[in-house]
Design a binder for this molecule. Structure first.
Ligand SMILES: Nc1ncnc2c1ncn2[C@@H]1O[C@H](COP(=O)(O)OP(=O)(O)OP(=O)(O)O)[C@@H](O)[C@H]1O
Ligand SMILES: [Mg+2]
Length: 256
C-alpha cells in the first residue's frame, strides 16, 4: 500500500481543463520529483492533495484511506504538509507564530486557557537550529526577512508536526547555492526518517540528484514516470517539452 495514492484526478477552472486524470503515488521513505512546464498543473495537483482545491473527479488516499472528505486542517493533522510556492506566510507575524499558525499549543492556568508562547518560541528556535537556517531574529515579522529566510520558516512550519508526507513546491527557487545544498540534504534526511517527499522544481539538476523517481506532468497528464537512477537530463527534458511520445521516440532512437 502506498503512503499517498492519487488516482484519476481531474480538474478544470471554468472552461480550462488543467488535469486530465492523473495517477501519482509516493511510498514512505521515497522522494518523488514532480516536474513539468509552467502551467502543466503541478501546483494544482498538489493543492488537491492538501485540500486547498477540490477535485472534479478521482481520489486521494493516505495509507489506503481516502482523505477527499477531509478539510485542509484535518489532512495536516493526518501528516500531509505542503510548502507552498508562494510560501503562504503571515508577513506581520514572527517566526514562532508562523510555524504554529492554527496549531498553537495551549496551557491552562487557573481554569483559563492561554496560548503557550514560551513553548512555541522554544520549539521554533529548535527547528530553526536543526535546519541550520540563519535568521536575523526569531521574534521579528517574517515579512522583513529575505526570500531564502522566509523559505526556511515555511520549511520549519512543514516539519514541526511530524509529517508523513512533505510536499515542497519550488523550495529552492529563492535560495543561494549553499542554501540549496542544505535543502537537498534535508530531503535526504527526511527520506532516511521514512517520510515521503514530493519535490516540485524547475532545477532539474537538483531533482536528478535528490529524488528516487521523477514524474513528468505534460498538459495535465502524467507523461512519464522515470526511475532517477536509470534516466538522465535529456530524457527528462524531452518528456517535459514533448510529453510521452517524445520519450518513446527518444528511447527508440537510443535503441536504434
Ligand atoms: N485558482 C486558479 N484559477 C484559475 N486557473 C488556475 C488557478 N490555479 C491554477 N490555474 C491554472 O491552471 C493551470 C496549471 O497551473 P499550475 O499552477 O498548477 O501550474 P504549475 O505546473 O504549478 O506551473 P509553475 O511551474 O509555473 O508553477 C494554469 O493554466 C493556471 O493558469
Ligand atoms: Mg506551480
Amino acid at each position: 500500500m502506498s503512503l499517498l495514492a492519487v488516482t484519476g484526478i481531474r480538474k478544470s477552472f471554468g472552461p480550462v481543463d488543467v488535469l486530465h486524470g492523473v495517477d501519482f503515488k509516493v511510498d514512505a521513505g521515497e522522494v518523488v520529483g514532480l516536474v513539468g512546464d509552467n502551467g502543466a498543473g503541478k501546483s494544482t495537483l498538489m493543492k488537491i492533495v492538501t485540500g486547498m482545491y477540490s477535485a472534479d473527479a478521482g481520489d486521494v488516499a493516505l495509507e489506503g484511506e481516502s482523505i477527499l472528505g477531509k478539510t485542509p486542517g484535518e489532512r495536516r493533522a493526518l501528516g500531509v504538509e505542503m510548502i507552498y510556492q508562494d510560501l503562504a506566510l503571515a508577513r506581520q507575524q514572527d517566526v514562532a507564530a508562523n510555524i504554529f499558525l492554527g496549531r498553537e499549543p495551549v496551557r491552562t492556568l487557573m481554569g483559563m486557557k492561554f496560548v503557550d508562547r514560551l513553548t512555541m518560541k522554544r520549539q521554533a528556535q529548535a527547528m530553526i537550529d536543526r535546519l541550520g537556517a540563519k535568521l536575523p531574529a526569531i521574534n521579528r515579522p517574517v515579512g522583513s526577512f529575505s526570500g531564502g529566510q522566509q523559505q526556511s520558516v515555511a520549511i520549519a512550519r512543514a516539519l514541526t508536526f511530524n509529517p508523513k508526507i512533505v510536499i515542497m513546491d519550488e523550495p529552492t527557487a529563492a535560495l543561494a547555492v549553499r542554501e540549496v545544498q542544505g535543502v537537498l540534504d534535508l530531503i535526504r534526511q527526511l527520506r532516511e526518517e521514512g517520510i515521503g517527499v514530493i519535490l516540485i522544481s524547475h532545477r532539474l539538476n537538483d531533482v536528478l540528484s535528490a529524488t528516487d523517481r521523477i514524474v513528468v506532468l505534460h498538459h495535465g497528464r502524467a507523461a512519464a514516470n522515470l526511475t532517477t537512477a536509470e534516466t538522465n537530463m535529456a530524457e527528462v527534458v524531452s518528456a517535459i517539452v514533448g510529453g510521452s511520445d517524445m520519450v518513446e521516440a527518444a528511447a527508440h532512437e537510443a535503441r536504434a
